[in-house]
Design a protein around this ligand. Structure first.
Ligand SMILES: [Cu+2]
Length: 125
């Protein structure tokens, strides 16, 4: 193997490692909700995904997620919370709040209608 071939192989290998890390191993830290009055609030921007897509809240305190959809893609038109039986339409450019209180720790996933965009609320004690 020549040096050039070796370099190309190493570059290819590092690209594969990076892709594997980015898509499967890399976990976003998540964002803690901000307490506003008696409510834990987080603003979520919807644009090709949910940003932030992991939100940490405390059990027993009302949660308010303020979704703002910053794109016209049909994919993100609805946000669906299976665990709390809620689905909400997100008109482009408007902020829509989703409120709920979780009494028990756990995870409340949410996603677009087709399940392509995903996020979750992590409820802690
Ligand atoms: Cu979708």
């Amino acid at each position: 193997m020549t040096t050039a071939q070796l370099i190309v192989n190493l570059l290819g290998l590092s690209a594969i490692v990076w892709i594997a890390w980015y898509f499967w191993l890399h976990k976003t830290e998540g964002v803690s909700a901000t307490i506003v009055g008696d409510v834990q609030e987080v603003a979520i921007t919807v644009k090709g995904g949910y940003d932030p897509d992991t939100i940490t809240v405390k059990a027993g305190t009302p949660v308010r997620l303020n979704f703002t959809r910053d794109e016209s893609s049909l994919c993100s038109e609805m946000v669906v919370f299976d665990g709390i039986d809620r689905s909400v339409k997100l008109p482009e450019g408007e902020t829509v709040s989703v409120e709920f209180t979780s009494e028990a720790p756990g995870e409340i996933p949410f996603q677009c209608q087709m399940g392509m965009l995903r996020g979750k609320v992590v409820v802690t004690r």
